[in-house]
Write a protein that binds this ligand. Sequence first.
Ligand SMILES: C[S@@+](CC[C@H](N)C(=O)[O-])C[C@H]1O[C@@H](n2cnc3c(N)ncnc32)[C@H](O)[C@@H]1O
Length: 357
Amino acid sequence: MTTCSRTMLDRTAARSHQETDEKEKEMIDDTTPAESANLSALSDLCTPWCIHVVATLRIADHIAAGTTEITTLAQEAACDADFLQRVLRHLVSKGVFAEPAPDQFALNQAAEELRSQQLFLDLDGIGGRIAHAWSSLLTTVRTGAPAYHEIFGLPFWEDLQAHPDIAASFDVLMGPAGHGIPDPEVLLTGEWEEVKTVVDVGGGTGALLAEILRVHPQIQGTLVDFPGTVTRAEKLLQEAGVRERVQTVGQSFFDPLPAGADLYVLKSILNDWPDREAQLILSRCAEAARPSGRIVILGGVVPDDSVPSLLTPEMVLLGGKERPLTEFQELAHQAGLTLLTSGRLPSGRFAVECRPR
Ligand SMILES: C[S@@+](CC[C@H](N)C(=O)[O-])C[C@H]1O[C@@H](n2cnc3c(N)ncnc32)[C@H](O)[C@@H]1O
C-alpha cells in the first residue's frame, strides 16, 4: 500500500505502534521509482469508491451474519439491489468478495478485511471526510495550502467541531479501536522515577495517557484536547481504572497549557501542522514546562537519513508535514527548546526529547 492510498492517520501505523518500521519501509518504497505503471489501473476511481460504498453499507457484515442473496442484502442495507449487484460484481472481478452462485455473494479474505477497516472506509464517518478531501489535492498543489474548506465549508478541525458525530468517529479512529493500544514506553532515557506529572497535549480520548498511568501508579496525568474530545475520554479513562488520577482540560493547545508538569507528550500532533503552528505548539510546551520539565515528541519527526512521507492525508487535510530531525531542531530552537536526545523506542517508534532553554 502506498502512502497516498492510506487513510487517516494512516492505516498501516494504525494497526499498532509496533509497525512503525514497516511504515518507514513503505515510505522508502514510495520514493523508489517503479519501472513503468499501468496508468488505467492507477487512475481508476471506480474500485476505491466501490470499496467505500460496500463498507459504508456494511455488506460484509450482512454476509457474515448469513445474508447472501442480493435482494435480501439490498433490503438489509437499505439500498438498490441492481446497483448493489453491479458494485459487488465489479469488486468480485477485482478479488474482493466471491459470487459462488448467480446473485449469491460470499466473503473472501479481502472482503473479511473490509470488516476490520470499517472505521477508515465508512463514508458516513471520518472515512468519508478523508476520502473526499483527496479531491482538494489540485487546489493544494496550485496554492500550496490545504483546501479542505472548499469541500466541507470549514477547515478540518472546525468542521469536526461543527459535526460532533464526525469528530467522535475521528476520536474512535485515533483511539484503540483504530490505532491499537499505544505503547506507554515513551521515554528514550527511561528515568520514570523523576516523572510525577504528565500532560498529554492533544491527547485525544486519552489512550496513551491511560496506558502511561496504568503502568506508573505514581503518576498524575492531564489530558488536553478540544472540550468535546476530553468529554468523550471519560469512558476510556474509567475503564482503564485511571480516571481519578487524570485531570481533563478542554482547551486549545495554542493557548497557554497547564504549567509545571514533569513531562509533556506530543503524539501524532506536529505532523498535522505547518511550521508556524507547529512552532507555536512547541512554544506553548516550552513555556509550560519551564524550568525543568521535558517534552517528548512522537510522530512528525523522522531521522535525517530517512525519507519523510511524500503525500499523507494530514498534508491534504491540514497542510501538515513530517520533518527531518535537523529541520525540527531549528523549529524547536525558535520555540525555546533544546534537543536532549532522539532515537528509537523499544517499539521501533522514533522519538525526540527536548527541554526548555
Ligand atoms: C492526530 S490526533 C492525535 C491524538 C493523540 N495524540 C493520538 O496520538 O492518538 C490530533 C489531536 O489533536 C487535537 N487537536 C487539534 N487541534 C487542537 C487544538 N487547537 N487544541 C487542542 N487539541 C487539538 C485533536 O482533537 C486530536 O485529538
